[in-house]
Ligand binder design. Structure first.
Ligand code: PLP
Length: 318
């Protein structure tokens, strides 16, 4: 999906025009994948635009930086403020927000001891990552021949640029085989996740998802789905699952900030359930998107209105 440029990017502490938010070709992160980033959504609601779980995303961003010992110049409240500013100043009513912390170019050794740490935050309009049709009808998915990294190779809790090389290989292979997306196994052969999504399996009314030690990113939407599902009365189990759970599932679906809740209608060319979005995925989509039209109460304080610098128009009565 191509990018829709907005006007400004928050770059190194200030808003600059979109095309001026650039990096040097010798930036450490460009050469070694040493960046950490987030993907956050803001949704339009009847009461204005809201961030979804902004604090949790900023927390994960700083944790990713901490894992790689990157000394970030900004604090969590400063990063949250910057996210507010970039959405507000771009006058976006729905947005995908992409904060990125990276190493600049003072030196080119592998260990970025002398490379300063920089932050940049873009915000732009973005639709359904795996397609509007996929959200309703489900997508075709294949198990990848590429595995996720072993736990003692590099950390999957960090949302780091370099991790996505694995996702690129998985995604390209999936496309070559005619699939919309891939699922990877971990290095022990258990189900892990997609290139940018967590995985859920429904069987006999119980919702299963790979536990956190299966080489996956602890997704914020994953946590949202678990919370909403339990609130709706479903049993949710985080566990180890063999590949064949995919073939005996009643339903499969992905979760992610970009993918939101996307049903899977076939796996390795085999129909899942009735080959359409299942009732559990549909119920969870309703609960999730209901947060933004008011039909689901936000018991968890996940929504945070975008702060506007524009003065509110006050209607003066006669
Ligand atoms: C590898 C990977 N797994 C899972 C997810 C889903 O995480 P979240 O729901 O926090 O967006 C993402 C997206 O950020 C991802 O890149």
């Amino acid at each position: 999906m191509s990018l829709q440029p907005s006007k400004y990017i928050w770059h190194h502490g200030q808003l600059v025009p979109w095309e001026q938010a650039t990096v040097h070709v010798l930036s450490h992160s460009l050469h070694y994948g040493s960046s950490v980033f987030e993907g956050i959504r803001a949704y339009p609601t009847p009461n204005g635009t809201v961030f979804f779980r902004l604090e949790d995303h900023v927390r994960r961003l700083l944790e990713s930086a901490r894992i790689y010992r990157m000394q970030t110049p900004e604090t969590a409240p400063e990063l949250e403020d910057a996210c507010h500013r970039v959405v507000d100043e771009n006058q976006l009513d729905g947005a995908y927000i992409r904060p990125l912390i990276y190493h600049d170019y003072e030196a080119l050794g592998v260990v970025p001891r002398q490379s300063s740490v920089r932050t940049t935050i873009a915000a732009f309009a973005w639709g359904a990552y795996l397609g509007e049709e996929g959200m309703e009808k489900g997508i075709d998915v294949g198990v990848s021949s590429w595995q996720r990294p072993a736990p003692n190779t590099f950390p999957t809790f960090a949302k780091a640029g370099g991790n996505y090389l694995s996702g690129i290989l998985m995604g390209r292979e999936a496309a070559r085989h005619g699939y919309a997306e891939a699922i990877a196994l971990d290095s022990n052969g258990y189900l892990s996740e997609g290139p940018g999504e967590n995985l859920f399996v429904v069987r006999d009314g119980v919702i299963h998802t790979p536990a956190l030690h299966h080489a996956l990113l602890p997704g914020i939407t994953r946590n949202t789905v678990i919370t909403l599902a339990r609130h709706l009365g479903y049993q949710v189990v985080e566990e180890s699952m063999p590949r064949e759970m995919l073939y005996v599932a009643d339903e499969l679906f992905f979760s992610g900030t970009a993918a939101e809740i996307t049903p899977i209608r076939s796996i390795d060319g085999m129909q899942v359930g009735n080959g359409r979005r299942g009732s559990v995925a549909a119920a969870l989509q309703r609960a999730f998107f209901g947060l933004f039209d008011g039909s689901t109460t936000d018991h968890w304080n996940w929504l945070e209105p975008v702060r506007s610098k524009q003065p509110l128009a006050v209607a003066v009565g006669g």
